[in-house]
Design a protein around this ligand. Structure first.
Ligand code: C2E
Ligand code: CA
Ligand code: CA
Ligand code: CA
Length: 279
């Protein structure tokens, strides 16, 4: 019996050790990765349902690691949220998003907006307003070109502080999107008190319960509620024509999802903008 337990613990230890080593390697490599350009911005197009028009994009980070290859955020973002590096990485993303918008403006493309993710560590930073204003100013952009995506769960921690911060950001012209709405924490009641422009529905509304009336009814109710509160609604994670039809039926405003386009390198989105200008 003792031997069996020993083996069990040994296997567990190995797994834990492997995970800790991986985490340590990520932490050891992050500063170099940033300075050597291993982090890349990908952009996922967002379309207006009414006329199929490309109106914006979400910035999503990728890590092109020299040894591990192409890494998705799930591999490193949670770690960076814990050790604080997320602030630096997000600053990089915001700057890159702004410089890209500026460059495209100068090339004469029809202006789009870029939505950036603002992690909870960023939004609770006491300097966040200055940091964001400084970022858009440095690139000569109006704040409204940058949409700030704040995940639903971040709202619930210190509602009073976050309401104050977001109210100021909105007064300055930033557009605020609540990300992952309906993923669990928020109550409908909270929506009422939140300064907000856009509701971004959690993927589970779109991907779960396909075609079932309960799912569709809830979706419909949320979109109607949003409309009454003068919020726009984005459906995320639309992968099929059926899902698009379901979402469109509710009167939802915008879609983002693999059915239209996956997150892509900046140049690929630029190609779409060129096409649109030509059209
Ligand atoms: P999120 O903000 O909810 O981003 C949406 C995620 O859904 C992205 O995953 C996107 O690639 C994926 N997605 C888009 N359309 C579809 C679809 O049709 N089907 C499916 N199954 N997935 C779809 P990604 O890029 O792996 O990012 C994961 C999460 O990592 C993001 O979730 C966000 O919370 C975080 N993240 C990504 N980039 C950044 C960043 O620059 N800063 C911060 N703070 N967080 C980031
Ligand atoms: Ca997001
Ligand atoms: Ca999220
Ligand atoms: Ca989301």
């Amino acid at each position: 019996i003792k031997g069996q337990y020993g083996k069990h613990f040994a296997a567990y230890d190995d797994k834990l050790r492997g995970e800790l080593l991986r985490q340590q390697a990520i932490i050891d490599g992050m500063e170099t990765a940033l300075s050597e350009g291993q982090f890349m911005l990908y952009l996922q197009p967002k379309y207006r349902i009414r006329d199929n028009k490309l109106v914006g994009a979400e910035a999503l980070i990728r890590w092109n690691h020299p040894i591990w290859g192409f890494q998705l955020p799930a591999e490193f973002i949670p770690l960076f949220e814990k050790n604080g590096f997320i602030a630096k990485l997000d600053q990089f993303v915001w700057d890159k998003a702004c410089s890209t918008l500026r460059e495209w403006d100068e090339k004469g493309y029809l202006p789009i907006s870029i939505s950036v993710n603002v992690s909870r560590a960023d939004i609770y930073n006491i300097n966040i307003i200055e940091i964001l204003m400084d970022t858009v100013r440095r690139h000569g952009l109006r704040p409204s070109r940058l949409h700030l995506e704040i995940t639903e769960s971040a709202y619930t921690e210190q509602p009073a502080q976050i309401i104050e911060t977001i109210t100021k950001l909105r007064e300055l012209g930033f557009i605020i999107e609540m990300d992952d709405f309906g993923s669990g924490y928020s109550s409908l009641n909270m929506l009422n008190q939140m300064p907000l422009d856009i509701l971004k529905l959690d993927m589970k509304f779109i991907q779960g319960e396909t075609g079932k009336s309960v799912g569709q009814g809830i979706l419909q109710t949320i979109v109607e509620l949003a409309r009454r509160m003068r919020l726009s609604v984005v459906a995320e994670g639309v992968e099929t024509k059926e899902q698009l039809d379901r979402v469109a039926e509710t009167g939802c405003d915008y879609v983002q999802g693999y059915y239209f386009a996956k997150p892509m390198p900046i140049q690929d989105l630029e190609a779409l903008l060129k096409e649109r200008r030509a059209a």
